[in-house]
Design a binder for this molecule. Structure first.
Ligand code: C2O
Ligand code: CU
Ligand code: CU
Length: 507
């Protein structure tokens, strides 16, 4: 986002309680969605005054009482970060990670991490297939960080793994070509041992890759209007309104009790009637969501790596940490809601009376060529295991019996090879995520995958009752000096050592 559009967003922001706060803590999210804005515009001074009095009485900020989060609040929409193209046609983006404060309607503003002066999270990076991209990332935190493009097929030195540290005050530059099709990816820090905490504090953002897919041209695609980013994270607050963070070193990863979507607790979003696209990202530390839609139909159109071959009608959608799914919901007259089986309502969709530009889904979304098994030349297996030792030495979090070691390369792949990997896990849940490549699922417990898992994936749920076999091509970049990571995306497990690294050798 260039400075000007960021300024524009700042001035558009009017806090609901009518008090314009200064400082960057509220500069963040673009604008409130339709109804809140209309409300503010049309209701006039009288209503505004009442609103101000009501909210002063229950002021969230400095006098110690929390606002009632059981009242739905307008969903924050992260600002869009479009590139600036230089004379050579290269797309430039700037990210700055720093400390911020966010209004979670707790007893005080909450200290957070964010990019580009937002109050939490980061802007949505809009990339285009075929573009050459330069992203500069400045670290304004007091601790070291990295910037990893989760799901992106990029050279290892631009991948932002634990070897690409950005010291406080330093700027790191990633440059790569966008060689993959349209997809919803995300970015987040990847420092070994502090990934979970930095993501939890708010260091994460969406990436939307666009391409010339003509079927997709008929899908809802107006960002923040009928194409809604939905970053789902669970969090927990202390009595003084601050984030409560913990690593669970003895089980399934830390689960928190409060759902947030794009940083909003109990959100609603105003949407036109007709088809509405939700770009779901599970950016949580460890929680696996079991999602459904009440009051409307849910159709999945894209998995981690891009469009599915055809739309898939679904009742339930399991979204593990790191996973993305794009769904389309047909909203009519009545409110609909995205709900999680254990935490309840995630996001309410309120029809605002306008008509969405799109009414029918195309039958076919993309051509997904199945990678032929005859192409496979190498087999490997990965067992994610939690080994309980004595009380004193605690649990070891391993893949194939080994804990992460920055100085050990676990295996080498030959550039151009196609490999079949068998993924297993012990009791508990794991999410296998290799960097660099989008893979296909060959089987789950020996059966072909269901249609919603038959597209491109970069993260897959594995447990002792779910053995997954995947196939991946390594035919884009050699990585002979800097390794790519593979790990469990339950961030507690990752930080505790359930991670390894591989090189890609061009022979
Ligand atoms: Cu979300 Cu190693 O990444
Ligand atoms: Cu990743
Ligand atoms: Cu795990």
């Amino acid at each position: 986002m260039d400075n000007r559009s960021f300024q524009a967003m700042r001035t558009e922001f009017v806090p609901l309680n009518g008090i314009r706060r200064t400082g960057r803590r509220h500069a963040a999210y673009g604008s409130f969605t339709g109804s809140a804005r209309r409300l503010l515009k049309n209701a006039g001074l009288f209503f505004g005054a009442i609103l101000a009095i009501v909210s002063l009485a229950a002021c969230s900020t400095d006098n110690g009482a929390a606002l009632d989060t059981s009242v739905a609040a307008p969903l924050s929409i992260p600002a869009l970060l479009d590139p600036t193209y230089d004379g050579a046609g290269v797309a430039h983006y700037d990210l700055k990670l720093g400390e911020s404060r966010h209004d979670y309607r707790q007893t005080a503003l909450t200290d957070t991490y964010s990019y580009n002066g937002m109050s939490v999270l980061g802007p949505t990076l809009r990339l285009r297939t075929g573009d050459s991209v330069v992203i500069s990332v400045t670290n304004e935190l007091d601790e070291v960080t990295t910037a990893h493009w989760h799901g992106a097929d990029v050279p290892a030195e631009d991948d932002g793994g634990p070897h690409s540290l950005i010291e406080p005050g330093a700027t790191w530059i990633a440059d790569f070509e966008v060689i993959q099709p349209a997809a919803t990816l995300w970015y987040h820090p990847h420092v070994h041992g502090s990934t979970a905490e930095q993501v939890y504090r708010g260091a994460a953002g969406l990436i939307i890759i666009g391409d010339d897919n003509s079927a997709a041209a008929t899908l809802p695609s107006t960002y923040g209007v009928d194409d809604i980013p939905v970053i789902i994270q669970d969090r927990e607050f202390t009595e003084d309104g601050q984030l409560d963070f913990a690593i669970d070193d003895d089980g399934r990863g830390k689960l928190y009790s409060t759902l947030t979507v794009n940083g909003t607790i109990n959100p609603f979003v105003d949407v036109p009637e007709g088809l509405v696209r939700l770009r779901l990202l599970n950016g949580s530390q460890a929680r696996i969501y079991n999602l459904s839609v009440e009051g409307a139909d849910m159709t999945m159109i894209a998995s981690d790596g891009g469009y599915l071959a055809s739309p898939v009608a679904l009742r339930q959608l399991v979204l593990a940490p790191g996973d993305r799914a794009e769904i389309v919901v047909n909203v009519f007259m009545e409110s609909a809601a995205l709900v999680d089986r254990s935490l309840g309502r995630v996001l309410e969709l309120r029809p605002n009376g306008a008509a969405s530009g799109t009414g029918l889904l195309p039958d076919k979304l993309a051509t997904i060529e199945r990678i032929p098994e005859s192409e496979i030349t190498v087999d490997r297996s990965f067992d994610m295991d939690e080994e309980r030792r004595s009380r004193q030495s605690g649990t070891r979090w391993t893949i194939n019996g080994a804990e992460f070691d920055m100085s050990r390369i676990d295996f080498e792949v030959r550039l151009g090879d196609t490999e079949r990997w068998t993924l297993t896990g012990d009791e508990g849940q794991h999410v296998f995520h290799p960097h660099q490549t989008q893979f296909q699922i060959l089987s789950i417990n020996g059966e072909p995958p269901p249609p919603e898992e038959s597209g491109w994936e970069d993260s897959v749920l594995v447990n002792d009752e779910r053995e997954v076999v995947i196939v991946a091509r390594f035919n884009t970049y050699a990585a002979e000096d800097t390794p790519y990571m593979f790990h469990c995306h339950i961030l507690d497990h990752e930080d505790l050592g359930m991670m390894g690294q591989f090189l890609i050798i061009d022979e």
